[in-house]
Write a protein that binds this ligand. Sequence first.
Ligand code: MN
Length: 292
Amino acid sequence: MATKPVEIVVNPREPHFVGDGFRVHNFIPSAYRLDMQRMDPIIMLDYNSKFYFDPSDTPRGVGVHPHRGFETVTIAYKGKVEHHDSSGGGGIIGEGDVQWMTAASGVLHKEFHEREWSKKGGDFQMVQLWVNLPAKDKMSTPKYQAIENATMSRYVLEDNGGEIEIIAGEYKGIKGSASTFTPLHLFNAKLHKNALATFDFPKHFNTALLVIEGEIIVNESEPVKEDQFVLMANEGETFTIKATADAIVLVLSGEPIGEPIAAHGPFVMNTKQELIQAFDDFNKGKFGYLEE
Ligand code: MN
């Protein structure tokens, strides 16, 4: 199999706040050429790089807001988040856990630092992805998957190299527990210094890396530092990651859905008419109710 080369290494953009609880660098859809089609089916990626929050008795976060037409996936590296939605889903995710919310036909939700964590404060580090849904599933029933670190599928690397946590998809025959609507691989590669891991994805899958911690060399030739994003080319299949310090790397690879995208704020549909319908349904209270 041919080597999959790096297309470009992208630096984090200036951070901005989402509500008062998430200080994020947006990579998708605003950095380089990472518009909503380039990493299809991943249409948004906000990265809260490691940031210290002072103790607060009032949890910081984002109040009630709607979503329709896609899924939100929150991966916690440091800190704790509490989530509630109008379909009855919700829970607390802590270090290493993942929350996978399928908004689909529409939910209201809110996302805050967990109350007790907020009182103590501390380092906070998270990724939120928006995963698009194919047209046929955009109006399906909302659902919620909590993927706890303790029960996550893992592939242990040889020679004490570390492990690959498989959130979704499959790595060397081991499947992740998240159910997805389209083929999507989502891993955390937790590598010890000098470990080498190999990845294989079909050429046409859109593939990227985000270095959460440490530093790596991709394909023995491209050095990448903490908080940098690596867009892989749509050529070849195989690439390697070597850790030059203990590292955590988020690995993303998905089959493009290839449908038109009409997006505005919290709604991602296929046509402008469907967007107008989403605003109309939201204004008519059809997304249910959630207490502030
Ligand atoms: Mn949200």
